[in-house]
Write a protein that binds this ligand. Structure first.
Ligand code: NAP
Length: 290
């Protein structure tokens, strides 16, 4: 029998994931803190988190940060019962993830951390990369659900491993973002045609998802977020906190963290993470265009 799915958090990512669940034959029950976010989706809306938990076998969460997941789980608690599975798609602290999972053990509620990558486009197209931590049995149970919005699903190990792999992913994302920003700044200053330059380099060894998807936005000064600077900064904080605990030096990532901090302080936290180029433009003395 098909599992009943509850989904918490209809932001940029959650909305696309829920639309894919509905398109693949599920009828999710959803809850979002701000009302009205489920408009236009083929779903049922729960009155509150406890009601969502009572009516679901599997509960997926996709909210912003660690304290937000803690708050959501606390709201779900009154409705939780033995045998349920929570799948957390948010990117949060691996240590806090392990604590949350342990807290639910006496209730016999299982936990998978399943953070995703692939941007807002991946959520809409159902082509996300999902990094999973938890037991083999829970991953098997979750797979038909994850396959509705993911094309790559990797089981990394026990609870917390998915979040750790996502932090690896974020080190790569911001490194690619800095490279794309420096390259386009250089092309601009050298007087190259930016669209032609992008076309020339994006398919070769220098190509990246960031360059292909955010490059066109960067050269047209379109700062609409697929992923906001505020959330990117949150992920880098998780990376640097974890690196500090395990004693790994990450000088490049620490530098990018500071550049994003400068953009946040300029009031740009709501813009897309590709606005990193604005920090470089400021360094280059081009403040007016930033
Ligand atoms: P978003 O558009 O800002 O949406 C955040 C969602 O979380 C909203 O539904 C928001 O509800 C909800 N929320 C935040 N705090 C909450 C709280 N305390 N209680 C209940 N709900 C709360 O963010 P997003 O881009 O969808 O990202 C969601 C998660 O996916 C984040 O952990 C992010 O790092 C991760 N992620 C994002 C991307 C991306 O490209 N966007 C890619 C991979 C992973 P309201 O509507 O009430 O604000």
């Amino acid at each position: 029998m098909q599992e009943r799915i509850g989904f918490v958090g209809l932001g940029i990512m959650g909305r696309g994931m829920v639309a894919n669940l509905a398109a693949k034959g599920y009828r999710p029950t959803v809850w979002n803190r701000t009302p009205g976010k489920a408009d236009g989706l083929e779903v049922d809306e729960a009155e509150d988190l406890a009601a969502l938990a009572k009516g679901s076998d599997v509960i997926a969460i996709c909210v912003s940060d660690t304290p937000d997941v803690v708050e959501v789980v606390s709201g779900l608690k009154d409705g939780l019962s033995e045998g349920q599975l929570i799948i957390d798609h948010s990117t949060i602290s691996p240590l806090e993830t392990r604590r949350l999972a342990l807290e639910l053990v006496p209730r016999k509620v299982d936990w998978l951390d399943a953070p995703v990558s692939g941007g807002s486009e991946g959520a809409v197209q159902g082509t996300l990369t999902t990094m999973v931590g938890g037991s083999e049995a829970d991953v098997r149970r979750a797979r038909p659900i994850l396959e509705c919005y993911s094309t790559t699903i990797t089981h990394l190990g026990p609870v917390g491993s998915g979040q750790l792999a996502k932090l690896v992913n974020q080190i790569l994302v911001v490194g690619n973002q800095l490279a794309a920003s420096e390259a386009l700044l250089f092309a601009e200053a050298a007087g190259l045609d930016l669209a032609r330059t992008l076309n020339a380099v994006k398919g070769g060894a220098a190509g990246s998802w960031m360059l292909a998807n955010r490059g066109p936005q960067m050269i047209t000064n379109n700062w609409d977020p697929g992923f906001t600077i505020d959330l990117q900064q949150k992920d880098l904080r998780l990376v640097l906190d974890t690196a500090d605990k395990i004693g790994t030096p990450l000088p490049g990532t620490a530098l990018i963290f500071q550049l994003y901090r400068a953009l946040q302080q300029s009031g740009l936290g709501h813009e897309g993470n590709h606005a990193l180029i604005k920090a470089l433009r400021q360094l280059a003395g081009e403040i007016s265009r930033a």
